[in-house]
Design a protein around this ligand. Structure first.
Ligand SMILES: [Zn+2]
Length: 419
């Protein structure tokens, strides 16, 4: 789209990064903190023309609606999140939101009114670092019954999500309240890749076909605590030594599959009583297992269970499933719309799956959805060093604009496909 203005776009992106900017680099703008609310107010202040309206729902998701010529039609939605990790980078989430802002302003400059209304959304608490779980806003939008579980969740300082949500409402008087969850014609989210695939391949844009599935487990190993100085090695029920053997065996088993798409991570280990001179009586550790194929996840889970059950010796073992999410397959018609818009930009591009979760994962449950990636320098994110070349960021805005305009034209009927 001709009217996409790179200078204005980069200026807005840099301005958004000032809310919660950390001296020396990075952005600290966790969900619904003062910095995030100030950033939301700034966003609202940028759009005051009569064809714009701001709304906020019961999960504090913020929507900027751009009226369509056929305004009763369901909207085409784009957006992302502006919350960050405790200290994150300037592009994760922010990119997709500012790309949508630039799209709207470019449409204004071009004097274009789409047939379908457009909505730019800022999802609440995608990162999940302040309130757990992540993607609260988009998951509550997809299934409003989830909100009841989220409202009592507290942050590290004891503040409830509900209080923070109410404060967000008060801080954003420009937004009219609206009910959670509404029909959406299509959702398209632009985001940084947060991995190395695009940069390594020399691609400027990525057409995202889906998000890999995940299963989380917690394994407990129970032994007997005893004095480190007096208990002979042969007489011990050492939970930490047993856990270490088990972790090593599971890790070797995962590596032996030589599957480049498989992810296996033991990221948390808790040792009780955690004393230098006491044999551990209890160890718990977690497994984060990911793959784009549900069948592989099931096979791996069976192998993990067998390995844990087969472990004998002085200790007891128990495995608990914490969370599972099947792979998300984005909508074929939206993917092809994105592919056509990407190809129109002339930017080198490829198709890829997403290794990380995104709000789009929940939207895919309720409407035709896809994503568009731009490269992450060295694959880095959740880090002040997060960066993307300006030319790639701008190419992404142009592709997003092309795809959203196509989706907002009713003649281009979407053949929705099940996920
Ligand atoms: Zn993100």
């Amino acid at each position: 789209m001709q009217q996409v203005n790179p200078a204005r776009f980069m200026d807005m992106l840099q301005r958004l990064a000032t809310f919660g900017a950390v001296p020396g680099g990075g952005v600290a703008r966790e969900a619904l903190t003062i910095s995030e609310l100030e950033a939301r107010r700034w966003l609202c202040s940028r759009f005051s023309a009569p064809h714009y309206r701001w709304y906020m729902d019961d999960a504090a998701n913020l929507f900027l609606r751009r009226a369509g010529l056929a305004d009763a039609l369901t909207p085409v939605m784009t957006g992302s999140h502006i919350d960050t990790q405790p200290v994150g980078g300037w592009l994760d989430g922010a990119y997709g939101v500012v790309a949508g802002m630039e799209l709207f302003l470019a449409l204004d400059d071009a004097g274009i009114r789409t047939q379908r209304p457009l909505e730019l959304v800022i999802w609440t608490n995608e990162e999940g670092s302040r309130f757990s779980p992540g993607a609260m806003g988009s998951s509550a939008f997809a299934d409003p019954t989830r909100l009841a579980d989220f409202l009592p969740v507290t942050d590290a300082g004891g503040e409830r999500f509900e209080q923070a949500r109410d404060a967000a409402r008060q801080a954003t008087p420009a937004a009219t309240s609206r009910a959670l969850g509404r029909p959406v014609h299509a959702y398209l989210e632009a985001h940084i890749e947060q991995g190395p695939v695009l940069e390594d391949g020399g691609f400027q844009l990525g057409i995202v076909t889906g998000i890999q599935g995940v299963r989380w487990f917690e394994i407990s190993v129970t032994g007997v605590s005893a004095h480190a100085g007096t208990t002979p090695l042969a007489a011990r029920h050492d939970a930490l030594m047993s856990a270490a053997q088990l972790i090593s065996r599971l890790g070797e088993m995962a590596a032996a599959r030589q599957d480049p798409a498989l992810r296996f991570t033991v990221g948390r280990l808790e040792v009780s009583p955690g004393s230098i001179n006491t044999i551990a009586d209890r160890v718990t550790f977690t497994i984060d297992l990911r793959h784009p194929e549900e069948a592989v996840l099931a096979e791996m889970e069976a192998l993990i269970r067998q390995t844990v059950e087969a472990k004998t010796g002085a200790c007891g073992y128990a495995l608990r499933s914490l969370m599972r999410r099947p792979p998300t397959r984005f909508d074929k018609a939206v993917i092809e719309t994105v592919a056509a818009a990407v190809s129109a930009t002339g930017a080198p591009a490829c198709r890829l799956g997403s290794g990380a979760f995104h709000d789009a994962m929940y939207l895919a449950d309720v409407c035709p959805t896809a994503m568009l990636f731009v490269p992450s320098h060295k694959g880095i994110s959740h880090n002040p060093a997060e960066d993307t070349a300006e030319a790639d960021l701008v190419a992404g805005v142009r592709a997003l604009a092309g795809a959203v305009i196509t989706l907002a034209t009713p003649a281009n009927a979407l053949q929705s496909t099940p996920n």
